[in-house]
Design a protein around this ligand. Structure first.
Ligand SMILES: NC(=O)c1ccc[n+]([C@@H]2O[C@H](COP(=O)([O-])OP(=O)(O)OC[C@H]3O[C@@H](n4cnc5c(N)ncnc54)[C@H](O)[C@@H]3O)[C@@H](O)[C@H]2O)c1
Length: 449
């Protein structure tokens, strides 16, 4: 059957997902859920082997789900990119980090486009999902794909409605919120922009099969900007409450009481909560993709810079609070035994990318603290891009172990922690997340910061 844009709204579509990580794997499984045949492409052979064996490597994705689809021949994984030729649609979900100079590192996207180009087929649909600056799909991905000699003209608006295209190219940002039980992929509307109207229709038809609602926008650049607006909105609002938290501490006000009370206003307010700093793969990273691109237009993105400044300073604020609380007890950070609770960047996830806990470990170690950590999701730490804590293992939490530290620092408020017991057994608790709000006894040992 000829792959017209309408073809992608039908059954029996072969979907290839490049990058089987936090975004790509759930997306692959969702397409398999609705009966499409899905192939995951990745460079990481151990991941591919696990997937084909029906195993999971992401805590909130159950192995049974993968196994069911593998057994039913709805899903398999491979590193053989020549198999891209057999796909009807190819969705790109590879990382978009920052480099050492905090500038966009698009090498993963570029390499992926280069891997697709020699395998590109007439009327295939290619969609970029990775978060990136406006212009990436048209300026970076499209020219590489067109090296195949197939063409996908950039054309927007009604006049371009029937323009011919050899393949379809679109951008649709992922909105995955790992661990969110209320909103799974199927419930989250998906924004879609095409390089031309046929591409937009093809991508919209495909995604309509897996999400409750597709939101078409006028171009790939608009779709790219939508995702950045969403993440910058979070970044700026988190910075706002992080700053107000520090003022509230000086004014002896409880910022959490204030936020929760303000959130009772039924319109015009959305609660954001302060913490020890920004974490995760997206919020601390994505805004800088826009700042970087804005420079091309002689434009300074001041909100982004200011939010970055406030959020980056938060781990230093926490270290200051630890120093002050130890000082009250006639102790110094140097030589004090400190137990950090939670290395994941947010509660109940097994993801520590950009986690402020890592910065806290680094800063406290540099000041001479004797550090341990506990995290139910990380039995040990490994070498990372910016940090090397590969000698650290999660310590057990017991009455004796908690009592053996000068200070217990709650960096991540995992639900499984028994905060009453922590306050009872620890000598001093520094709480960066208001995790101990329901603890009634031993409050004199708790310092909110
Ligand atoms: N994690 C999230 O919650 C989230 C949410 C929304 C958007 N995003 C965006 O989605 C994109 C992917 O993020 P992620 O969290 O899934 O990353 P990830 O690191 O979990 O997964 C990326 C996968 O891509 C693979 N990969 C890298 N280069 C490849 C290549 N050239 N060919 C094939 N596979 C390759 C890696 O081995 C890895 O398995 C990023 O742009 C990110 O900003 C992430």
């Amino acid at each position: 059957m000829e792959r017209t844009p309408e073809f992608f709204a039908g059954k029996g579509i072969k979907v290839g997902i490049i990058g089987c990580g936090y975004v790509g794997l759930p997306l692959a499984l969702r397409f398999a859920d609705v009966g499409q045949r899905v192939t995951g492409f990745d460079l990481d052979q151990p991941k591919i082997d696990k997937l084909n064996a029906g195993q999971s490597y992401i805590q909130h994705i159950p192995a049974e789900k993968i196994k069911t689809h593998v057994d039913a021949n709805h899903f398999d994984a491979t590193s053989n990119f020549t198999r891209l030729r057999d796909m009807d649609a190819v969705l790109i979900c590879v990382p978009t980090p920052l480099d050492e100079r905090r500038e966009p590192d698009l090498s993963y996207v570029e390499n992926t486009a280069k891997a697709i180009a020699p395998n590109l087929q007439r009327n295939q649909l290619i969609v970029l999902e990775s978060t990136t600056y406006p212009g990436t799909t048209e300026e970076l991905v499209l020219p590489i794909l067109e090296k195949s000699a197939l063409r996908c003209p950039i054309a927007v608006g009604a006049a371009a409605e029937n323009i011919a295209t050899d393949f379809y190219l679109a951008f649709s940002p992922e909105r995955e919120d790992p661990g969110n039980k209320q909103f799974g992929l199927a419930q989250i509307p998906k924004v879609v922009g095409g390089v031309n109207p046929a591409s937009a229709r093809a991508a919209a038809g495909l995604y309509a099969q897996i999400v409750s609602k597709v939101i078409p926008v006028s171009s790939t650049r608009a779709a790219e900007m939508v995702k950045l607006l969403e993440n910058i909105f979070r970044c700026v609002n988190i910075a706002l409450v992080n700053e107000l938290k520090q003022l509230c501490l000086r004014m002896n006000l409880d910022i959490f009481e204030i936020i929760d009370s303000a959130a009772t206003k039924p319109f015009g307010f959305m609660p954001f909560y302060p913490g020890p700093g920004l974490g995760g793969h997206c919020i601390p990273v994505d805004p800088y993709y826009l700042s970087w691109k804005a420079r091309e237009y002689d434009f300074a993105t001041r909100f982004i810079e200011l939010a970055g400044e406030v959020n980056t300073a938060m781990p230093y604020h926490v270290v200051g609070a630890v120093a002050a609380a130890l000082n009250e007890r006639k102790k110094a950070i140097k030589g004090s035994k400190i137990l950090l609770l939670g290395v994941a960047y947010k509660k109940d996830v097994d993801d520590l990318r950009e986690s402020p806990s890592l910065k806290l470990l680094e800063l406290l170690t540099a000041r001479g603290a004797v550090l341990d950590y506990n995290d139910p999701y990380f039995a040990a730490l490994h070498k990372m891009r910016h940090y090397d804590f590969s000698n650290m293992r999660s310590v057990d939490l017991s009455r004796e172990s908690l009592a053996s530290y000068d200070c217990v620092l709650i960096a991540t408020d995992h639900s499984s922690y028994d905060y009453d017991a922590i306050a009872r057994d620890a000598n001093l608790v520094i709480d960066t997340r208001n995790a101990t709000r329901r603890v009634k006894q031993n409050r004199e040992k708790i310092v909110n910061c």
